[in-house]
Design a protein around this ligand. Sequence first.
Ligand code: AMP
Ligand code: MG
Length: 318
Amino acid sequence: MAITGIDTELAKSYLERGQLVAIPTETVYGLAGNALDQQAVLSIFEVKNRPSFDPLIVHIDSFEKLEGVVADMQEQARLLAEAFWPGPLTLLLPKNPDIPDLVTSGLDTVAVRVPNHPLTLALLGSLDFPLAAPSANPFGYISPTQAKHVETQLGDKIPYILDGGEAGVGIESTIIGFPEGMPLVYRLGGLAIEEIEKVIGPVQYLPHSTSNPQAPGMLKSHYAPRKPFQLQEKVDQATLSSDAPTGYLLFDKYLDEVPIEYQRVLSPEGNLLQAAHNLFSYLRELDAMDVQEIRAEMVPDTGLGRAINDRLRRAAAH
Ligand code: AMP
Ligand code: MG
């Protein structure tokens, strides 16, 4: 069983021995291993039951360490890194040959970011290698935003969980790449596209698909609860389920007709940052409830709302 604690020295000693440690970030908890150690990287895929065609994100603690991870840096990428690191933005850049192909699923680009969490930054600063870390959940399930989420699902497979409290942002990083020199968002996430556009101008967004050879890992069905999950534009009285006990994931208002314990409201104030922060833990709570299905409604499709709706759609595609 994993030990949960705040001992970065202990976390370091496991990582130096090629073992895996769950790490807190501002987005979601990561399942981390030495990115330069093939064996460690292989065990990340095994522990998560993740297909090898779904590449990992490499984590570093400073801009200076980019050199060991990427082969080349565009001007736009540099501007974004300066503006948003540490933070929920992942850059896709040409890969340094030192990064094993396993990390990038054979692609010639590597995904890299500086996470914004004091414990993990301290840990990364003490290591002489970068950490490869996907989200610390079994492949396809809801991402973990608390140490106890990791404990429940991967606790018997890893030695240590570094407990950094609740993930502040609560939703995965925004991923941006520069194919043919043009900025392209591969995944909506914790940094709104509007913020990116303030720095580098208009960017395109690549919608996900079930099999997109250009963007391995952008699987449509993802982030899914185990219970049947239905997504609607809006849940109101007319669309309530009459038969089976149902749990509801709502944006800003409770339903009068449904017992309160079957409802989770993402943000009573209608705040999208708060909604993102609560999304995955509320989905887990609903999944653990004594209900037969979950119904969710979309949130306003602007700012972080776009990333939230993206996750809801993927959960519904399961
Ligand atoms: P996770 O950390 O679990 O959110 O997964 C990392 C995600 O990053 C993958 O599922 C991919 O969508 C994306 N990713 C990582 N590396 C690349 C890459 N080289 N090209 C495109 N997408 C990538
Ligand atoms: Mg993931």
